[in-house]
Write a protein that binds this ligand. Structure first.
Ligand SMILES: NC(=O)c1ccc[n+]([C@@H]2O[C@H](COP(=O)([O-])OP(=O)(O)OC[C@H]3O[C@@H](n4cnc5c(N)ncnc54)[C@H](OP(=O)(O)O)[C@@H]3O)[C@@H](O)[C@H]2O)c1
Length: 332
């Protein structure tokens, strides 16, 4: 039996994607990214135009390519087109590539559905009452906008038109693979009906509290890889379900002792064992090393099952736990 998880997953276009990636956030320096690649062995780098991190990543990659034997083919660089760039996919992609100082990227992710700020929304969460600016998202086959008063109006560009723009960039050799974020079964089905190039992945929230077996099965059946955000129950804006809570569970403490690993590694390893790719966000250097090593072992069948049994459908990404704001079943 294998004693570690496969470090790569095969995409439906034949490319290999490293399973442990790094979600690069704002405020990470090019020196740190250089170290992460050269010394800690990360190859999968996830950038997002909205986080304004592409220039820093571009600097770091150039340094890696000129100062070491690592070649661009050894790296897996990911960009994401942001929601407000959906009407000019090519322009947005060109800007990202220029900032990254690259001739192509390995994966470009489609924008999530439009997320708009509504006016102050009051809602109750268990005993507490909040009044915060609230963001809500929709998953519609067409791009939609929500006006003051909740009126839903169609946007100027439908998903199939925007996706075709990405397909053109693939055909021109500027992008190797294209994927989607936060698509449910219905949105994926819709896309599979109109696409010429299939999405290689869907970036979704998955962790021991949110196993999403049905969506995962559908994606496996259609050879769409899961790229996981909040693999450690990230916390979201409201800081609920923070990683600190889950790490304290007795189950993970026991497993950590049994496998001589940290609780964080046990949780990440569970996701990798399920075949997911993970992109935790990390600032702390020790954790950067720790998380990369989470692929170096495999938990036994019974222990693995005990983690899966924690599933309670608990979602952390803010905004979508609140049914009354979701007029479509966003993540069904
Ligand atoms: N809609 C979407 O597509 C969507 C939504 C949300 C997030 N995302 C993406 O997903 C990425 C990951 O989300 P996230 O970082 O918030 O969630 P996460 O990876 O589940 O959690 C990150 C938190 O866990 C801590 N952590 C990391 N490794 C740890 C370990 N081994 N032990 C203990 N704690 C550990 C980090 O602390 P330290 O910083 O102190 O190390 C950080 O506070 C984001 O950067 C974002 O790009 C996408």
């Amino acid at each position: 039996m294998d004693s570690s998880v496969d470090p790569n997953c095969m995409l439906n276009n034949g490319l290999l994607m490293p399973k442990v990636g790094l979600a690069i956030s704002q405020n990470q320096s090019d020196d740190l990214i250089y170290t992460v690649v050269v010394d800690y062995g990360y190859r999968h780098l996830y950038t997002v135009s909205f986080y304004k991190n592409e220039e820093v990543v571009g600097e770091a990659i150039q340094k890696v390519l000129t100062e070491t034997d690592i070649r661009q083919e050894d790296l897996f660089v990911v960009t994401k087109v942001w929601q407000n760039q959906k009407e000019d996919i090519r322009g947005a992609f060109d800007k990202s590539l220029k900032k990254l100082k690259l001739d192509y990227d390995d994966l470009t992710k489609f924008p999530s559905e439009e997320t708009l700020k509504s006016k102050l929304t009051e809602f109750k969460l268990s005993r507490f009452q909040f009044k915060i600016p609230f963001y809500f998202s929709t998953h519609q086959p067409a791009f939609v906008k929500v006006e003051e008063g909740g009126k839903i109006v169609p946007g100027k560009i439908a998903n199939h038109v925007a996706w075709a723009e990405l397909e053109k960039l693939v055909n021109e050799g500027l992008i190797k693979s294209i994927g989607v974020p936060n698509f449910n079964v219905q949105s994926l089905l819709d896309m599979l009906a109109y696409c010429e190039t299939k999405p290689v992945c869907n970036q979704i929230e998955l962790h021991p509290y949110l196993v999403q077996d049905e969506l995962v099965k559908f994606m496996k059946d259609n050879e769409i890889i899961r790229v996981v955000y909040y693999p450690l129950v990230g916390g979201g804006d409201l800081k609920r379900n923070s990683p600190k809570d889950i790490l304290k569970l007795e189950l993970f403490q026991e497993h950590a002792e049994k496998y001589d690993r940290t609780a964080g590694q046990i949780i990440l390893n569970w996701g990798l064992h399920r075949g997911h790719c993970i992109i935790p966000k990390i600032f702390n250097k020790e954790r950067l090393i720790e998380n990369k090593k989470s692929q170096e072992f495999i938990t036994g069948g019974e222990d693995y099952q005990k983690i899966s049994d924690l599933d309670c459908g608990r979602r952390c990404f803010p905004g979508i736990n609140f049914e009354f704001l979701c007029y479509t079943p966003v993540f069904a």
